[in-house]
Design a protein around this ligand. Structure first.
Ligand code: HEC
Ligand code: HEC
Length: 314
């Protein structure tokens, strides 16, 4: 009896806990609201079990907390699920940049066999047959559901997913927004750590494709950008990810092969030692950075404290 009582509460808390640290939004337009509904609707997957939010989970800043996510029929995704938040600095999407627009990127997972697994046209047919969606699309777009307006609705919703954090208050002149440790981390980020060479601008990404040596052609065998461009010079290049909310989106890298932020910074500190056979590593990382262990901690503190959106501060 007692056990049952506690089990029940553990289940209830388990369901509520992710909601406690989640993303609060108000005042969505009708189009954004439609996109939101679609983002959370498993109707868009073959067996109606998977929605965008199955992998892009609100409680993990619309990323996942596992190296590879589970898609249709328990299949693993080919890569680590990136955050669907703060996408504003990207001019192409996915780790290798194969999608040119957010609208296009939003349709890709529907037809990916390991993700949602059905032709986009099939999804459109389901939406046309749904009295509710058909009416919504007609009211908003003056047309029945189509590939174009489905992509548009999903993209429009995702563009609302942006976060502000302590870093923004600090940049606007509030000295007290960051601890001394995070301020030291910021200094290292732009200096000795060389991070800002690739993680720059509003979302801490150049949006470019760079090689930090995570590809070795053997154990770590994803060619990244080259899969799309077919140019061997792009082997091992991946899109520089945004670092907003990065503390919420472990594990890290295109394959989820680094489990926490401290290990990421240790990786940069001496990437040659961590992945000795990395192919085509950027010249910025050929020599060890020489960060002391307290400097490593400072960089981690900067990412955790300064870049975590207010909705995700525990
Ligand atoms: C089964 C898990 C899964 C599902 C379901 C899923 N995604 Fe993804 N998503 C991923 C993975 C993995 C990637 C990275 C793909 C790559 O780079 O090869 C990704 C990439 C993205 C990106 C690119 C982000 C960036 O940094 O470039 C966006 C945007 C996105 N997904 C939106 C969506 C939308 C919208 C849906 C629903 C229609 C959806 N995803 C469904 C796993 C998933
Ligand atoms: C030469 C460009 C470059 C430099 C310099 C660089 N990064 Fe990166 N960063 C990248 C790329 C590219 C990736 C993705 C690599 C992959 O997935 O294999 C990445 C990934 C990351 C990730 C994982 C993010 C995620 O969502 O998985 C973190 C955290 C990170 N970098 C922080 C830093 C820090 C801190 C520094 C400085 C110590 C730094 N980066 C320096 C290009 C760079």
């Amino acid at each position: 009896m007692k056990t049952f009582f506690w089990t029940k509460w553990i289940v209830v808390i388990g369901i509520l806990a992710p909601m406690l640290i989640s993303f609060q939004q108000s005042d969505l337009s009708v189009e954004e609201q439609l996109g939101k509904e679609l983002f959370f609707d498993p109707l868009l997957s073959q067996d109606q079990s998977i929605s965008c939010s199955s992998c892009h989970k609100p409680e993990f800043a619309f990323a996942d907390n596992v190296a590879l996510s589970e898609g249709l029929f328990g299949q693993e995704t080919a890569r680590n699920t990136p955050s669907a938040m703060n996408l504003g600095s990207y001019t192409s999407f996915s780790w290798d940049g194969r999608a040119k627009t957010l609208e296009q990127q939003s349709l890709n997972p529907i037809q990916d066999h390991a993700e949602m697994g059905m032709p986009v046209q099939e999804a459109i047919t389901r939406l046309v047959q749904s009295e509710h969606y058909n009416a919504e699309f007609r009211a908003i777009y003056g047309n029945i559901p189509t590939k174009e307006n489905l992509g548009k609705a999903l993209a429009t919703y995702q563009r609302t997913l942006s976060t502000k954090s302590a870093y923004d208050r600090y940049s606007a002149g509030d000295e007290s927004a960051l601890s001394d440790q995070a301020k030291r981390g910021l200094e290292l980020f732009g200096g000795k750590g060389k991070c800002v060479n690739c993680h720059m601008g509003n979302d801490f990404t150049s949006g470019e494709f760079e090689n930090i040596g995570t590809y070795d052609g053997q154990t770590y065998n994803d060619k990244g950008r080259a899969n799309y461009t077919k140019d061997s010079g792009d082997n091992g290049k991946f899109k520089v990810p945004s670092l907003r909310n990065v503390a919420v989106t472990a594990p890290y890298m295109h394959d989820g092969s680094i489990s926490n932020l401290k290990d990421v910074v240790e990786y940069y500190n001496n990437s040659e030692a961590m992945r000795p056979h990395g192919i085509g590593r950027d010249e910025l990382l050929l020599e060890p950075l020489g960060l002391s262990s307290s400097e490593v901690d400072d960089l981690v503190a900067f990412m955790e404290e300064a870049l975590t959106g207010d909705d995700y501060i525990k």
